[in-house]
Ligand binder design. Sequence first.
Ligand SMILES: *Cc1c(COP(=O)(O)O)cnc(C)c1O
Length: 391
Amino acid sequence: MPSSLRQHARRTLDDLEAAGRRRSPAPTAVLDARRVLRGDRTLVDFSSNDYLGLARDPEVAEAARRALEAHGAGGAASRLITGDHPPYAELETELAALKGTEDAVVFGSGYLANLGILPALVDRHDLILADKLNHACLVDGARLSGARMVRFPHADTNALRARLERYRERARHCLLVTDSVFSMDGDLAPLRELAALAAEFDCWLMTDDAHGIGVVGGGAGGTTAAGLDAEAVPLQMGTLSKAVGGYGGYLCTHGEVADLIRTRARSFIYTTALPPATVAGNTAGLRRIRNDPALCARPRALASRLCERLGLAEPASAIVPVVLGADRLALAAQEDLLEAGLLVQAIRPPTVPEGTARLRVTLRAPHTESDVEALAEALAPWVDRASMEAS
Ligand SMILES: *Cc1c(COP(=O)(O)O)cnc(C)c1O
């Protein structure tokens, strides 16, 4: 190995370390749907995105096991070669049914979905309007497309209108993209206003429903929660890796658009199909979501209880942020909660804007009432601290 490569790695890591921005994975074993083991500590997991506990659900595991036995362990080729094994059609039908769309296209992950969808639909003649707090993979997909990307301040529909008036006319097509539930804040996009602007300015509205499916809109996600349908939101992408409990990404859309994506999206074409077991597990997870509204309502009910206990505003999703400002404060809060047996992740820039380091709490269906009570007690001093930092 050239010594310059080793030096480059070491220097860059040292710089990140000095800035408190170095990151590394923390080995974590899952004990059950509620708890994980990290080092020698058993912790109640308030930070994963397995909102419904389906990643550990026996029915989902059984469906995956049957597909593993019937179809083997690997996808073996791209879906356009031999990878389009039988469980895929079932999964795409189930997705389209849940979202009320004509068709659905499944990708290897949510990240891959966004890297493929945006460049398949728009290019350098076109415009992308994007909420400033959109997930990183929407930003990456927009960059890959070569379209002009204009960001607007978070959820600010007046600012969006101003940008549409300024830039829309010069572009051929315009894609308006937003998270439906924002991943680090848990708030909902103003989808009704966005849909009205999209109609007025002939834009294609695309939502990233990663944190919506299974949790809001009775489980159907952000579009349903906003009282909208597939006409108003023609491009609904999301992930199967969170509330659905498995792995993969998807786009629910009109039939012809789905066909275009299957023939044009590079992250669909040039990658191997998901393993059959994963695909079948996803279908079982989606069926639970469609048939068990009480399960889907639970994360938000628990979030609501937590916020009430802490004097915070009513949450719109399963995500409750406690914004502490300085990185070191967020890390200290995380350590304090670990001491109490609670795993709550500190989130720092660049994942969130500078000066808004926070605890990101996720409430999940497997949590018990006493889990939430313990969390409320441990969080209370940090919530006080957060309101002091804000004032
Ligand atoms: C997690 C997430 C993704 C990526 O999905 P994966 O399936 O994990 O790749 C995309 N968008 C948002 C908003 C997310 O939170």
